[in-house]
Ligand binder design. Structure first.
Ligand code: SF4
Length: 342
């Protein structure tokens, strides 16, 4: 099967015990059923500990509840006791896959490395070169995919090209990216999806187009983020500081890489529900929010925190996508006004 990955994918190595923000803290570790069944058969003291810690929630899903905010198998050197004593294959699917987000589309899959992981974030922001994607062949057989993939792929390619066009200022690229998404969304809603490849090929950015009116999108957005489920106790304080912080210019090339990271990760998921525009809004919103947070804590930390709070909480992600559709202050129009401001 063809697997598409970011160009730095093969360079990724987990920092393990040297990680300053280990993924074995703060998140409850979900244990897949197959791994849980194996844990019931592990002999000796480790087996006893595994069975004592393992819990099933109301829906029957297994997990390791945190102990003092940490995975109970994280030792004093920040290493995994299960990995150390039984090998990597004994860890759960969640632990083996993290920080990979794996999207299986049938005939191909796409993998991103979560920007919440410090090692993955350092690779994403470690160069100002354009972010590109590589294609690998794996032995796994592919399956038939949704028919929308054929029309969404060329559209996403064009949207990624718009984001990567360095002859145009980034804010204008984000504006054009949203305008194309808005037009494509209309076609999807009117069941004219067959026209998307032609739209992608022939679409022209309007000259000198600006959305009229004032925008307070970033401060509304920061306030809205504070109403969502919170992972890190000091996240609300960071959001509050960012609301009053004076913007600090950031590297356009790095912000572009952040935009391309989010666009690659989310746009094709439109195949699941037909909602392209909210996902395009997420891309622009993420760039503007991370840019503002960076004024308080620097760009790498701002991206890491945003990714932790939003990308690893399906509730938060869904709430944001809902708000982009239904909250005027976070609407596509508000984003376009923000991007039209000088
Ligand atoms: S956050 Fe990344 S580098 Fe740190 S322990 Fe997890 S996978 Fe490894």
């Amino acid at each position: 099967m063809l697997t598409r990955v970011p160009d730095y994918y093969e360079k990724f190595h987990c920092l393990a015990g040297a990680c300053p923000h280990t993924c074995c803290e703060k998140w409850e570790v979900v244990i897949d059923e197959e791994t849980a069944c194996r844990y019931f058969a592990v002999p000796g003291p480790l087996g006893e500990k595994l069975r004592a810690v393992l819990q099933a929630d109301e829906a029957g899903a297994f997990c390791f509840p945190l102990d003092g905010g940490r995975c109970p198998f994280l030792d004093g050197e920040n290493l995994c006791e299960i990995h150390r004593k039984l090998g990597e294959d004994a860890t759960s699917v969640t632990c083996r896959e993290h920080p990979r987000f794996i999207e299986d589309y049938g005939p191909f899959q796409e993998i991103t490395l979560s920007a919440s992981c410090p090692a993955a974030g350092a690779l994403l922001l470690g160069t100002e070169a354009p972010l590109t994607f590589a294609e690998l062949e794996t032995a796994e057989p592919g399956e038939a995919g949704d028919q929308w993939l054929a029309v969404l792929l060329p559209l996403r390619d064009r949207m990624l090209d718009i984001l990567a066009d360095r002859s145009v200022p980034l804010r204008r690229r984000l504006r054009d990216f949203l305008l194309l998404a808005r037009e494509a969304q209309l076609a999807l809603e009117e069941e004219r999806e067959a026209c998307l490849p032609a739209l992608a090929e022939t679409w022209q950015a309007p000259r000198d187009w600006r959305a009229a009116g004032e925008s307070r999108l970033v401060s509304h957005g920061l306030r809205f983020l504070g109403t969502l489920e919170i992972l890190d106790r000091d996240w609300p304080e960071l959001l509050a500081q960012a609301r009053t912080a004076a913007p600090v210019p950031q590297s356009e090339a790095l912000l572009e890489r952040i935009a391309v990271y989010f666009a690659f990760r989310y746009l094709l998921k439109t195949v699941n529900d037909g909602d392209l525009l909210s996902r395009a809004q997420l891309v622009a919103f993420a760039v503007l929010t991370v840019e503002r947070l960076a004024a308080v804590c620097g760009l790498p930390e701002a991206l890491r925190r945003f990714s932790c709070e939003i990308e690893h909480s399906s509730e938060n992600l869904e709430a944001l996508l809902w708000a982009f559709q239904w909250e005027e202050e976070l609407s596509c129009g508000a984003l376009l006004r923000e991007l039209s401001a000088i």
